[in-house]
Design a protein around this ligand. Structure first.
Ligand code: FEO
Length: 414
């Protein structure tokens, strides 16, 4: 890569699925690097365990084990730490640098051997001298694990970012100006790995952008030596909403439903009508049987409140609703208002099941779900409208304080 920095990673061209969920049409790479200073040699990250032999063979072509001084682990996931044990067996004197949050994962990785090694927690501003080269650490949590950090070799202007700014794209030509077209892989990787952590991505970009690194060396995919800054700008575009913000200061409430015989649809329309009574809340109603799910994910990412209506069929919510909810793992739903409603015949489990899922997605579920047996009658339709009104009021902070029935409270205590 430079006169002092060498790639010692592994190519995995036949991998087709990464971490169970990610498709990798032409495989991936596990990038590891050696940095040679006048007074110290550092290894930056390692590779997946299946590639240990290949990694050690590459390493020993450029350095002896006894001259290695430092091991930097920017992220502890196994695809980057699979060769740590093998490396430490051969170079037990290595001083290991991880982020503070990385310590506990490293302890889990090394088990009983943890205390045998020289392990240092580092944070933004900490430096390690390799003589004429310096490693500077930047704590960049949640891109995409709590432990993630970047390491900058100041004198060479090379920034090691591990997963951040990486992608699953395997091409032995290694450099972004030499490999095939990896734009799709770069965005796909962002969508599935970084997108749920958009706020942290922005913080990390703010931290590293001023470095003006001449080379960005990620843990997967091409090394970005040509126009590295344009990849930072591309990340900035990706973290920005893909939707035109039309609502100004208004809050947005999305109501999704599926209906078997029209009863849940009737409820949905009443919830929608009630929510629409509240000023400064823009309410939208979607029948999931008439829509593609993926475009809804962008919409949901920008929404303030989400309501899901589903009948109970065979003791469960209907599959389309679960499918939409399963797509939400790629976005940040923390703190959004969530709610569920639905018609049922016998047991009505679907609503509490959906509520539990919403809580699992870290949404706020301020109202108990609304269930109506069979078709809603006039008074029940009114309770749907009231439900919608209350949800909308939660969005604009105008929900009246809850009235506590003291007699019920005392009855509960006794
Ligand atoms: Fe490439 Fe999060 O591991």
């Amino acid at each position: 890569m430079t006169d002092r920095i060498t790639w010692i990673g592994a190519l995995d061209p036949t991998l087709r699925t990464f971490d169970v969920i990610l498709k990798t049409a032409n495989g991936t790479t596990y990038n590891s690097y050696i940095v040679r200073g006048s007074d110290g040699v550092a290894v930056i990250d390692t590779v997946k365990e299946a590639f240990v032999s290949e990694f050690l063979a590459k390493l020993t072509q450029v350095a002896r084990y006894d001259e290695l001084t430092h091991l930097v682990l920017n992220h502890l996931e196994p695809d980057h730490t699979g060769a740590v044990a093998a490396l430490l067996e051969r170079a037990p004197h290595l001083r290991i640098h991880v982020s503070t949050r990385g310590l506990q994962v490293l302890r889990g990785l090394l088990k009983g051997d943890f205390d045998r090694y020289d392990i240092h927690a580092v944070t933004t501003g900490d430096m390690v001298s390799l003589g004429d080269l310096t490693l500077r650490f930047f704590t960049t949590p949640y891109v995409h694990w709590p432990d993630t950090q970047c390491t900058f070799v100041e004198e060479q202007s090379v920034l090691f970012t591990c997963d951040f700014l990486g992608c699953h794209f395997c091409d032995e030509r290694l450099f972004n100006d030499a490999v095939g077209d990896f734009r799709f892989s770069f965005e796909y990787y962002f969508d599935h790995i970084m997108r749920p952590f958009r706020r942290h991505v922005v913080e990390a970009l703010d931290l590293i952008e001023p470095l003006n690194a001449q080379v960005i060396a990620p843990g997967h995919g091409p090394i970005l030596r040509s126009h590295p800054g344009s990849y930072i700008q591309h990340y900035r575009r990706l973290v920005t909403s893909r939707l035109m913000r039309e609502t100004g200061e208004e809050k947005t409430l999305l109501i999704f439903y599926v209906s078997a015989y029209g009863a849940t649809e009737q409820m949905a329309q009443a919830v929608c009508a009630g929510a629409s009574d509240i000023e400064n809340v823009r309410v939208s109603l979607f029948d999931l049987q008439g829509g593609e799910l993926l475009p809804f994910v962008d919409l949901i990412e920008e929404a303030d409140g989400l309501v899901f209506g589903t009948p109970t069929i065979n003791g469960d919510a209907v599959r389309t609703v679960w499918d939409l909810l399963s797509n939400l793992v790629d976005i940040d739903t923390t703190g959004k208002v969530g709610a569920a409603f639905g018609s049922y015949g016998w047991s009505g489990e679907a609503v509490p099941m959906i509520e539990a899922r919403l809580r699992g997605l870290k949404m706020r579920v301020p109202e108990d779900g609304l269930r109506i047996r069979m078709y809603p009658q006039a008074d029940e339709e009114e309770s749907c409208r009231a439900f919608g009104r209350r949800l909308a009021q939660h969005l604009v902070g105008r929900m009246p304080p809850k009235e506590i029935d003291m007699s019920e409270l005392f009855a509960a205590e006794n």
